[in-house]
Ligand binder design. Structure first.
Ligand code: SD4
Length: 329
C-alpha cells in the first residue's frame, strides 16, 4: 500500500494556499517537487506554466530553466563550475509518463541544456546526444551560443588548480573546499510535475560534479539513474555524487520500489541503504539524495547525509521547503 499521508505528512494535511487560506490537500494536490531549496523558484516557474495551460513537460522544462539561467548557481547551466580543463559541460534529461525521453550529455556553450534535451526528444529518433554532436544540434535548433564560464566560476577553478593536480584520481572532487553535496558543490535540479488530471513529467539538469575529468558524464542525464518516471507509479530524481547513483541505477530502483508498494520516502530510503550496503566505507562523507513523487501525488525524500532539502509546491501555490531524512549523522 502506498502511504497516502505522504512520507513527511505532506500528503494529506491542510495546506496554506498562496492566498493565505487553508485548503484541504485533497483539493490542493502537489503540482511540482524539486531538489534543494532553490527549487522553490523553479517550482514557481513550473506552476505558472501549468496555470498558463502548459503540459507537465512544459512545466518541468520551465522550472529547470530557472537555475540554468542563474549565474550564482554553480552546478547548473550558466555559472556552473567547469571541468578540470576549464570547460563548463552540462548534462540534462526530460521524460514524461507516456514514454517520452530526451537527453544531452557533456553539452557545451548552451545555457538551457534542458531545452536541448527536449529537442532531442521531439525532433530526433534518438534519446540522447553527447558532446560536440549535442552542442551542434542545439545550436542548429536555434539555442544561442553562450559562454557559460562566469568570472566567479573561473576564479574558483583557478583556485582549485593550485592544489588539485590534473590527474584521474578517484574521488578527487572531495578535495573541494567542501565535499560533494555540501553547500558549495551541489545544486543539480531534479524537478517533477503532476497535473490535476494525474499526467506527470520530470526533468533533471546539471553542470555535473565540479572540476570533473573532461568527458565525465554523471547520473543526471541517464534514464533510470538521475531521473526516472513510470505511468501509474511515479517519478524519482537524484542529486549528489552521480557515480554512486549510476552503480545502482538509483531512480529506476526507487520507482521499482514504489511499484512494489513502498511509499516514496521508504523507496528513497531503501535506495540509500542499498548504496551504503554496497559501498561501505567508500561512501563515507559522500552525499546522495533521492526525491520521489508518486502517481497518486505523495512525495518523499531521503539522503545519505544530512543537508538535502527539497521544495514542494501545491496547485494553489502553497510551497514548503523541507529537509529530507538521512542515513548517517
Ligand atoms: C552529477 N549528480 O553529475 C550530479 C551532481 C549533483 O548536486 O547532483 N550535484 O554527479
Amino acid at each position: 500500500m502506498i502511504d497516502r499521508r505522504g512520507a513527511l505528512g505532506l500528503g494529506a494535511a491542510a495546506a496554506v494556499a498562496a492566498t493565505g487560506k487553508a485548503v484541504a490537500a485533497e483539493d490542493d494536490p502537489i503540482a511540482v517537487v524539486s531538489t534543494w531549496n532553490f527549487g522553490k523558484a523553479a517550482n514557481a516557474a513550473a506552476l505558472a506554466t501549468f496555470k498558463a495551460g502548459g503540459s507537465p513537460l512544459d512545466a518541468v522544462e520551465a522550472g529547470a530553466r530557472v537555475p540554468e539561467a542563474d549565474p550564482d548557481n554553480h552546478s547548473v547551466g550558466l555559472g556552473g563550475y567547469p571541468d578540470r580543463d576549464g570547460h563548463v559541460t552540462c548534462d540534462a534529461i526530460i521524460m514524461d509518463d507516456a514514454g517520452g525521453c530526451g537527453a544531452v550529455a557533456a553539452i557545451e556553450d548552451v545555457v538551457h541544456a534542458i531545452t536541448a534535451a527536449r529537442l532531442v526528444m521531439e525532433k530526433t529518433p534518438h534519446t540522447m546526444l553527447v558532446g560536440e554532436g549535442a552542442t551542434r544540434f542545439a545550436h542548429e535548433q536555434g539555442l544561442p551560443k553562450a559562454n557559460l564560464l562566469t568570472p566567479a566560476a573561473e576564479k574558483a577553478w583557478k583556485e582549485w588548480l593550485k592544489t588539485a593536480k590534473y590527474q584521474p584520481v578517484a574521488n578527487i572532487e572531495n578535495a573541494l573546499p567542501s565535499p560533494p553535496g555540501s553547500v558549495r558543490n551541489h545544486d543539480t535540479i531534479g524537478i517533477m510535475a503532476r497535473a490535476r488530471d494525474g499526467r506527470m513529467a520530470a526533468a533533471c539538469t546539471t553542470s555535473g560534479m565540479a572540476f570533473k575529468m573532461r568527458g565525465r558524464v554523471g547520473d543526471s542525464p541517464q534514464a533510470g539513474c538521475g531521473l526516472f518516471i513510470e505511468k501509474g507509479v511515479g517519478a524519482a530524481a537524484s542529486t549528489g555524487v552521480g557515480e554512486e547513483v549510476i552503480r545502482i541505477a538509483g531512480t529506476a530502483r526507487v520507482v521499482a520500489s514504489m511499484r512494489a508498494g513502498m511509499s516514496p520516502m521508504a523507496a528513497c530510503r531503501e535506495a540509500c541503504e542499498h548504496i551504503a550496503h554496497l559501498r561501505g566505507d567508500a561512501i563515507k562523507e559522500l552525499q546522495v539524495g533521492f526525491l520521489a513523487l508518486s502517481a497518486t501525488g505523495e512525495v518523499g525524500a531521503f539522503a545519505l547525509m544530512p543537508g538535502f532539502t527539497y521544495a514542494v509546491t501545491r496547485h494553489s501555490g502553497a510551497t514548503e521547503v523541507s529537509p529530507s531524512g538521512s542515513l548517517f549523522g
